[in-house]
Design a protein around this ligand. Sequence first.
Ligand code: WTA
Length: 574
Amino acid sequence: MGKDTIEIIAAEAKQANMMDYEQARKEFDWSDVEQRFSWHKTGKLNLAYEAIDRHATSALKDKIALHYSDPQRDESYTFEQLRRESNKAANMLRKLGIGKGDRVFIFMPRTPELYFTLLGIIKIGAIAGPLFEAFMETAVRDRLQDSGAVAIVTTPKLVGRVPEAELPELKHIIVYGDESELAEHHIHLGHAMAEASDEAEIEWVDGEDGLILHYTSGSTGKPKGVYHVHRAMLQHEYTGRIVLDLQPDDVYWCTADPGWVTGTSYGIFAPWLNGATNVIRGGRFSPQDWYETIQRYNVTVWYSAPTAFRMLMGAGDEAVQQYDLSSLRHVLSVGEPLNPEVIRWGYRVYKQRIHDTWWMTETGAQLICNYPRMDMRPGSMGRPLPGIEAAILDDQGNELPPLRMGNLAIKTPWPSIMRKIWNNPAKYEEYMRIDGWYISGDSAYMDEDGYFWFQGRIDDVINTSGERVGPFEVESKLVEHPAVAEAGVIGKPDPVRGEVIKAFISLREGYEASDELKQEITRFVKEGLSAHAAPREIEFKDKLPKTRSGKIMRRVLKAWELELPTGDLSTLED
Ligand code: WTA
């Protein structure tokens, strides 16, 4: 196919049946989606019930809901088994006095127990707080403190990163794994679940009650707790149907970890609300392992990220040819810009078009997508889904005409939009500063046919391998190192990871710049915060550019890095 593929896809896109798209937008009504849930008739609402229990009392009862494997384990669970396991988790938590509205964190690698527990938390109306297993002490502490979590479910290996002494509100530490390593006051998840009944009362909640709290990074301040509610299920179900295109016989695999929003909205909620068989693969990434996973389970729908596709591309066509990937029928991507080059390659080796989708932690679910019932345009994020209205606004909130770059904004509300930023109403208001719109922080333009094209972030948020990293969080950690006087952190363009983290550092008196010191500082961030937040590159400077009020000007650092003009320096200190 080679070079022509892109023209072929573009030509198809030109013939896109705009009428269909416009018609679908006109006819769309969220109340039609509501009718697909049992609460529409019973008035009893809980996302975990709709995702699991509802199927366990239907013809899907004995259908495989979860295929889990990692290098040590290999297990499958039906919807009925998931119902029972999550009931046990729910009962275990209830017995501890945990209930509606309490924040319960999960800090463990992907295992079946992670999924049982997360569903159990939701079943009792508590709010789940998933943490990425690579987080170190500072990252864990900040999130638990901010949310006032009452319990955490973790493993013997990770429990050492939970600073109990600094977390007075944390009453219960539940540990899954080798019991010989437990402290006396820790609760053993395996025992507690074994003792618990596998029948549980579901806590019926209001659609506006809390479901999940995902911490994510902005350009200033500590990570923010993005708060989602049960009603978001409308959009999870809907997008699972029209964007993931889940059909009864599909075997679906989302490669994201539940520590990130993609791993919950699309690793848990969307597939199970649609009654799909869901594949979870633990362990580390390797091209062989991933292809093996697709081949072994006959994965049909595959949702991953540009960095992963670029790494697979780097592993070469030969790696693909060693496996039978012919089960694949629909491939999607999210998290960063998806290069047309990658789409072209994917079309050649997988015989599949990789469909780009755009959304954010704050939006809770997909909003702008290339989805099967419309034609895709490589390099574009796609078009707003029926039910969603997007626009490009200038800073005053005026809608800009096609081809003009500006703020990517979405008309509020939609079912899965965040309801608040935990403890931080001012931050929430920043997103909503233009009446009737959610301001995403991304810049983009729209073409004449209504396709949206991503241009970049407006703020300093770094996107490395599809993961959002706040420069402030990294800078704060860096200046805790005794050698570091000041630090400024930016995202540096990278062909595989999109961006990598680069730190500019000025040293304290008495410290000499050296490669050893660079390594030590990197290790310090890795061990204190997390591996993905550690700088891949460090440059020592005598002085960092600062405003007169003392704020480090990341924009100037970025201009240095990219050898661009530094722009307006009138606020520079000297
Ligand atoms: C970026 C991940 C380009 C964007 C679900 C957004 C994208 C941020 C795309 C959200 C895409 C996400 N093309 N950029 N298709 N999808 N982004 O909260 O900058 O981890 O604001 O959510 O990732 O990252 P988050």
